[in-house]
Design a protein around this ligand. Structure first.
Ligand SMILES: Nc1nc2c(ncn2[C@@H]2O[C@H](COP(=O)(O)OP(=O)(O)OP(=O)(O)O)[C@@H](O)[C@H]2O)c(=O)[nH]1
Length: 394
């Protein structure tokens, strides 16, 4: 049974397979066009994928037509369409994660290929022509792979990054196989339409990989959407630090570790005389001052610390593995940094200061709220002492 199935696969007509790939690419292109035109989700990446699929369909369509293709396309135009498809794919890969298009390197490879294909006449032994085209295609896909790997590594774990670039790598393997075949089987023609085992397997694989590649790109775009929604739900839109909910979750999680002997401390931060600043310079100046406050605080915290905005002009920092003495040092650095930061609004200078309250978590604290309450009380004591002061809880 399995023998009959594999025979049926191998007996497939290359022309039929070629046309199936062209139709599949055109359908994928249509889906990407509608994504680009009808939604605001990754429109640049969707447009690149629409164009890449359409150009590749054009290139393979010219291959299928062979000598019947219109003059210019027959004379290397089809190859330039295919190289154009991979150049657009290469340019568009960074756009999938919201980075600028990598159009320079893509254009450079496409132009170099165009010059080469125009300069070398399409006659005699076509192997060198096929090798040049597949080298250009392979180079573009290799660049896309490296780029995709670098971008993905910043957002997801290495194993998932490797899985997600597998379809792109598979395209590279297919192109390399076609290139190597021209060396290994010099007696065989380089025409993809000819019925032989290599062509049939290669075309089946191309059909499969094109499908999987488009599906993976769609997955990547959905992943990007999910990540940005996740980020929006956890960040304060004005200052981009953690919002109250995300910070409370982080503190509660840290509190669970307290019973296992992992200490932590909280620093409560409240900007001084913020109402006066708002009333004098306006609400926009108040917003800018909040951003400046965050700029001054950020250099004082480590990667493991969590800075969040509880609301209004009140912020809090979670310092894992830190005792009261360590927290005092951090808070004092923050206070001095803010005091030294120059702030002015439309030519009006304004001295920014804040009051700081510190509390260290104790084993008898039933919940994180108890620690937060002590830090809050310490912060009000700092206000009572005249502001611009760091105060620890008793
Ligand atoms: N610009 C701006 N103002 C805000 C924001 N959230 C809250 N406020 C204002 O912050 C002010 C807080 O005033 P208060 O609670 O009296 O605090 P304060 O003036 O800093 O006084 P002290 O804390 O005692 O020094 C209020 O006027 C709020 O309207 C915001 O996101 N942007």
């Amino acid at each position: 049974m399995s023998g009959t199935l594999s025979e049926a696969f191998l007996l497939a007509d290359p022309m039929t397979l070629l046309m199936a790939i062209v139709l599949m690419l055109l359908a994928a292109s249509g889906v990407w066009w509608s994504m680009a035109a009808g939604t605001t989700v990754a429109p640049r990446a969707s447009m690149c994928l629409a164009v890449a699929n359409a150009l590749l369909a054009g290139g393979l369509g010219v291959d299928a037509l062979g000598g019947q293709a219109p003059g210019l396309l027959r004379d290397g135009g089809g190859d330039l369409l295919a190289i154009g498809a991979f150049a657009v794919l290469r340019a568009g890969v960074p756009a999938i994660v919201g980075e600028p298009l990598a159009w320079r390197s893509a254009l450079a490879v496409w132009l170099a290929s165009a010059v080469l294909l125009v300069a070398v006449p399409l006659e005699g032994d076509m192997r060198w022509h096929v090798r040049a085209v597949h080298t250009a295609l392979g180079a573009l896909v290799a660049m896309s792979c490296v780029d995709a790997w670098r971008q993905l590594r910043r957002h997801v774990r290495p194993a998932l990054s490797a899985l997600l670039i597998t379809p792109l790598f598979a395209v590279f393997v297919l192109l390399a196989a076609r290139l190597l075949e021209s060396f290994w089987q010099p007696a065989q023609t380089v025409d993809v339409r000819q019925l032989n085992e290599f062509n049939v397997i290669w075309l089946w694989m191309t059909l499969l990989v094109s499908l999987v590649l488009n599906a993976t790109m769609a997955c990547l775009i959905v992943m990007r959407l999910v990540l940005s929604i996740h980020r929006l739900t956890r960040r304060d839109p004005l200052t981009d630090v953690y919002n109250r909910r995300a910070l409370s979750e982080a503190i509660a999680a840290e509190h669970l570790q307290l019973q296992r002997g992992r200490p932590y401390a909280l620093v409560m931060i409240d900007m001084d005389r913020f109402k006066q600043l708002n009333d004098t310079l306006g609400h926009a100046a108040g917003d800018a001052a909040l951003c400046r406050l965050v700029e001054a605080l950020k250099p004082c915290v480590r990667d493991v610390d969590r800075l969040g905005r509880l609301g209004g002009e009140e912020f809090c920092t979670l310092l894992p593995l830190t005792d009261l003495v360590g927290a005092l040092l951090v808070a004092e650095r923050m206070r001095a940094n803010l005091e030294e930061s120059a702030f002015e609004w439309q030519g009006h200078p304004w001295q920014l200061t804040a009051s700081f309250g510190i509390a260290e978590a104790r084993p008898e604290d039933a919940s994180a709220d108890a620690v937060l309450g002590r830090a809050d009380r310490a912060m009000y004591k700092a206000k009572a002492q005249g502001r611009n002061v760091v105060q620890a809880d008793d």
